[in-house]
Ligand binder design. Structure first.
Ligand code: ATP
Ligand code: MG
Length: 566
């Protein structure tokens, strides 16, 4: 299978792909090896999808390999649940690491051995300063740092202390191993960065074997080198770490010399993509779970009904650049609509039902009508829907006192019911509170199929369902989780949209819709409910009470949705 067939996208061009092409042309590498290196401390989000599509996409396009490597060096934050969800999400997005699944923790022995080498060559030392002291003596962008009083320990003393750190003799935070580089460097990352810290914590894979864990900077580049990664692609915030990445590769007898390249991370309007924030949203109960359809997580998008092809289309459209920017969330919505418009079958559903009685339709009678499954795809065929005396229409489609230009149903007006007949409203029934609870209408039997033989026209076509041939369902409508285009990660709780979830409990759906989508469907079957949007069955569904998520509305009504006004 070619890449285009596998993912539905052709290879785009960007500066990283140009570098890869040049390295292959010059025979610098016979084969390209990339990696996607998530830390298993949360679920993947749409920003990760950009990195996944880039790393796996390059491997596919240039006949190389892409490794999935868990950067599992901080056992206090990492969990098996996250390891499992990450694998699931990468697969769901349509990418495959084949045999190339790795864990930084597999290299703990090797990394430790190399750290001892740095100690022996005088390139690393054990520092007894506290975390705060280390932070305070590191200096700032304008001021140099200050040497630790423990910086000039002898190699023997360093080696002894480092081995005892490993043996678990010291408490958390009592000491660290630091690279001995330059406390006056203009690059703060080179001011004796921490290589190992003491952490008495159970690790999901190595259990209680280790009392010290390597830092990201130390583990990452060496893991790349062990795996023979040719192009280590990461986001821009690591640009200033590259000199350290290269310093370590130079000092150690690593089996290969990967190069690090940086690209701009994805930022989206109305969205926060920091794992810390996403974790707090879940733990603080602001959303129901990591896969809450309001979350920008891959699992959230899947549950909401967003197809993986839409996410791939989106990340292809935004491209890969060297400068940070914020992408309008409407671009993501555009990709979702593009894909769903082509793939989603059409169905009828009434979200906020209003009862209609067709007075001249005989009681107990019903008839089947043909409905089209996809207007642009005849091969999708037709299905039967049932017409009867008691129907539901959308509350919004009726007004007792219509303003100008309201062409839908009002007393005295005639409209078309999709696939069925013309109906005319004669009377309204109200409850004690004065609310309209039922409409009394008549239909014209001569208009079957939706056209009048005398050529008379109506200005509106409305969706509807038969009361006794439809099923009650719960429908969940999602609005943006944040009220502001660039929510403040430091104070996000204040900017949460109180109307991000709207639950409609009395919606009506076609009976066949209720059975759609097995709860474990890899790609949920998303349907378009005509005039309403795209909807996917939620795993909370029961046979008695199906639940549907609105994936997205039909049109771009973003600004309205944010404020909850329509
Ligand atoms: P945090 O949000 O806590 O900084 P992270 O999102 O960087 O964490 P990692 O597990 O380290 O989490 O990310 C794995 C890979 O995904 C990294 O290579 C990282 O650069 C990339 N990545 C993370 N966020 C984005 C983003 N918004 N856009 C593009 N790539 C991203
Ligand atoms: Mg990170």
């Amino acid at each position: 299978m070619t890449t285009a067939e596998a993912t539905g996208i052709e290879a785009g061009r960007d500066f990283i792909r140009d570098i890869v092409q040049a390295d292959l042309d010059s025979k610098k590498h016979a084969q390209i090896v990339t990696r996607f290196p998530p830390e298993p401390n949360g679920y993947l989000h749409i920003g990760h999808a950009k990195s996944i599509a880039l790393n796996f996409g390059i491997a596919q396009e240039f006949a190389g390999k892409c490794h999935l490597r868990f950067d599992d060096t901080n056992p206090t934050k990492e969990e098996q649940e996250y390891i499992d969800s990450i694998q699931n999400d990468v697969k769901w997005l349509g990418f495959d690491w084949g045999q190339n699944l790795f864990y930084a923790s597999d290299y703990f022995d090797k990394l430790y051995g190399w750290a001892e080498m740095l100690v022996k060559s005088g390139d690393a030392y054990v520092d007894d300063q506290t975390q705060d002291e280390i932070r305070l003596t590191r200096g700032t962008l304008t001021e140099p740092g200050r040497n630790s009083p423990f910086r000039d320990r002898s190699v023997d003393e360093n080696l002894d202390l480092f081995r005892r750190m490993k043996a678990g003799e010291f408490a958390n935070g009592a000491r660290v191993l630091r690279a001995k580089i330059d406390m006056t460097s203009g690059n703060i990352n080179l001011r004796d960065p921490v290589l190992y810290r003491i952490l008495h914590a159970h690790h999901p894979r190595t259990g209680a074997a280790w009392s010290i864990y390597p830092s990201y900077d130390y583990a990452h580049g060496q893991s790349d080198a062990i795996e023979g990664i040719t192009h280590s692609i990461c986001t821009l915030e690591f640009e200033d770490h590259r000199p350290l990445y290269e310093w370590l590769l130079l000092k150690l007898p690593v089996p290969s010399k990967p190069r690090q390249y940086e690209f701009a991370r994805l930022n989206l309007t109305y969205t926060l993509l920091s794992k810390r924030v996403l974790t707090e949203l879940v733990r603080g109960g602001h959303v129901s779970s990591w896969d809450d359809p309001r979350m920008p997580t891959i699992a959230g998008f899947r549950r909401r009904g967003v197809p993986p092809a839409a996410i791939r289309d989106f990340v292809k459209r935004i491209g890969v650049a060297k400068a940070n920017s914020v992408v309008d969330v409407n671009m993501l919505e555009f990709s979702i609509r593009e894909v769903l418009n082509k793939t989603a079958q059409r169905r009828l559903a009434v979200l906020r039902p209003l009862k209609v009685v067709i007075e001249n339709y005989p009681e107990g009678q019903s008839e089947e009508l043909d409905a089209i499954n996809h207007p642009d795809d005849p091969s999708a065929g037709t299905r039967k829907i049932v017409f009867s005396r008691e129907l539901y229409i959308e509350q919004d489609d009726f007004m007792e006192i219509p303003p100008k230009k309201f062409f839908r149903l009002f007393p005295g007006n005639e409209v078309r019911l999709r696939y069925a007949y013309f109906i005319k409203c004669h009377d309204v029934v109200k409850n004690a509170a004065g609310e309209v609870i039922e409409l009394r209408c008549t239909y014209d039997p001569a208009t079957k199929g939706g056209n009048a033989p005398d050529g008379r026209k109506v200005k509106a076509t409305m969706h509807w369902l038969s009361a006794s041939h439809s099923m009650q369902a719960e429908i969940r409508i999602y609005n943006p989780l944040f009220l502001t285009p660039s929510p403040d990660a430091g104070n996000f709780a204040a900017e949460i949209n109180p109307q991000s979830l709207e639950i409609l409990t009395d919606a009506r759906i076609e009976v066949a819709v209720a059975q759609a989508n097995a709860p474990d469907a890899i790609v949920p079957d998303v349907m378009q409910f005509e005039r309403q949007g795209y909807f996917a069955r939620d795993p909370d569904s029961t046979p008695e009470k199906p639940v549907f998520n609105r994936t997205i509305g039909l049109r771009d009504t973003f600004a309205k949705e944010v404020t909850g006004k329509s």
